[in-house]
Design a protein around this ligand. Structure first.
Ligand SMILES: Cc1cc2nc3c(=O)[nH]c(=O)nc-3n(C[C@H](O)[C@H](O)[C@H](O)COP(=O)(O)OP(=O)(O)OC[C@H]3O[C@@H](n4cnc5c(N)ncnc54)[C@H](O)[C@@H]3O)c2cc1C
Length: 407
């Protein structure tokens, strides 16, 4: 290692800015590069739970995130006519969250809070991406899309599920495991009929429909459907919207309004849900973080919490160094991976039948799902489930982080 430890973080959504915050805190000279031309404001409701929440607290950001709470007061499963099948209220404190967590925030708002929390001397370079990564004995040379080349001690890849730098580093063997489900998100106008529940419509035809409140005076809409192959790949927005109209034709409730709203929405985000499964999360001086390393998808849940936790854990192990005062990144990366893997594997280990059971094809499947949610909504079951789903990470002790001497 050189004296000035320089690190490049690629990706400025959740994992990247969280890593920049913590790496700066432990003394690294950090630069963040983001492919998009500016901070991406879009994105739907995401939640922060368990150890992710603990890390936010350590960052001093829990109140800032709470102040941007979407205002969601619980989750309601609805029948096709809009009548309520079952209801889950937000659980009280103590980290015992149900489907709606205590800390619900829009992805773009969280991203902005994390970026603003970074020290001012952490530059964010927008509109650039990594073109090549060359490992040398004592540094790694990175070429960006503008042709510039820089030497860094370490590179943290936080580029999300479709990361290109991951392939440059680990090879282009497929790392993405599709779950066979598309999800389309977008922001639509709020109407007086919208309440503050996450409304989840249970319908046949392997589809899901959702509406969620936000803190910006609009409503966040979601349409999901099962698909054995990435049928929307390569389509432009108008073709995607036409395909959604076809898939969701004939459904009542708010569906026609959602389809019209998505037509007018300027932040349509369509995702063919894929887990990322990598045999290792680091090679040489480059390490993967967040969805780029382990995307769990919204079905696995906790992707944002894992990204925030992972950022802290990585910085903590890098900060611990060795007995002679130097930092052994190989050892630190290995310990980071060892700490995080059980959490990731737990989130990726989906119960049998998921996601198919949650998007039933037949009327019988619809009835079974309705009964399932009714049973799950019974207070006694909710109480047990929320204790189980709060997970071991809620009580697992985070590794010690040694702050930089100058801090
Ligand atoms: C625009 C957007 C909207 C989203 N909406 C939702 C949502 O509604 N619900 C949900 O559950 N999850 C959503 N997600 C995913 C969610 O943010 C992540 O699952 C989770 O927060 C982990 O974040 P991450 O930082 O690891 O990855 P991501 O949030 O995917 O961020 C990766 C970042 O890296 C950037 N990037 C990609 N390639 C490169 C490159 N080569 N060089 C530099 N930068 C690069 C991307 O532009 C992005 O800003 C969204 C992500 C994005 C980017």
């Amino acid at each position: 290692m050189t004296d000035t430890r320089r690190v490049l973080v690629t990706g400025a959504s959740v994992a990247g800015p969280a890593a920049a915050f913590w790496l700066a805190r432990v003394g690294y000279d950090v630069t963040v590069v983001e492919r998009a031309p500016a901070l991406r404001p879009g994105g739907q409701n995401i939640d922060v739970r368990a150890s992710g929440r603990e890390v936010l607290r350590l960052m001093g950001l829990e109140d800032a995130v709470r102040a941007r709470n979407t205002g969601e007061i619980g989750t309601r499963f609805l029948a096709e006519d809009g009548s309520v099948v079952s209801e889950f209220a937000v659980q009280d404190g103590e980290g015992r969250d149900g489907p709606t967590a205590e800390l619900e925030i829009l992805r773009g708002a969280l991203s902005q809070i994390l970026v603003e929390a970074c020290p001012e001397d952490v530059p964010y370079v927008f509109g650039q991406h990594v073109v090549s990564v060359q490992e040398h004995e004592d540094h790694v040379e990175v070429e960006l899309s503008d042709g510039s080349r820089e030497a860094y001690d370490l590179v943290v890849v936080a580029e999300g599920v479709g990361s290109h730098t991951r392939a440059l580093v680990l090879g282009d063997e497929p790392r993405e495991k599709p779950l066979g489900m598309y999800t389309a998100y977008g922001t639509i106008d709020r109407t007086p009929d919208d309440d503050d529940f996450w409304s989840w419509l249970i319908v046949p035809g392997a589809r899901q429909v959702g509406l969620r409140p936000d803190d910006e005076g609009t409503t966040r809409a979601m349409l999901s459907f099962l698909a054995d192959s990435p049928v929307l790949e390569g389509l432009d927005d108008s073709e995607v919207l036409a395909a959604l109209r076809e898939r969701f034709a004939g459904l009542g409730w708010q569906v026609p309004r959602i389809l019209d709203g998505l037509d007018a929405s300027d932040d349509l985000y369509v995702d063919y849900l894929r887990q990322v499964v990598c045999p290792t999360w680091h090679r040489g001086r480059v390490v993967l973080l967040g969805d780029a390393a382990w995307c769990v998808t919204p079905i696995g849940g906790g992707g944002t919490s894992l990204a925030i936790t992972g950022a802290y854990v990585l910085a903590a192990f890098l900060s611990q160094g060795t007995d002679d005062g130097s930092t052994d990144h190989v050892e630190a990366f290995a310990r980071y991976e060892e700490w995080m893997r059980p959490l990731v594997e737990k989130a990726q280990d989906l119960p049998p039948g998921v996601p198919r059971l949650a998007a039933p094809s037949t009327r019988v499947g619809v009835q079974a799902l309705k009964w399932g949610t009714r049973i799950a909504a019974l207070p006694v079951v909710q109480s047990i489930a929320s204790r189980l789903t709060s997970g071991p990470e809620a009580t697992r002790e985070l590794p010690e982080l040694r702050r930089a001497a100058s801090d």
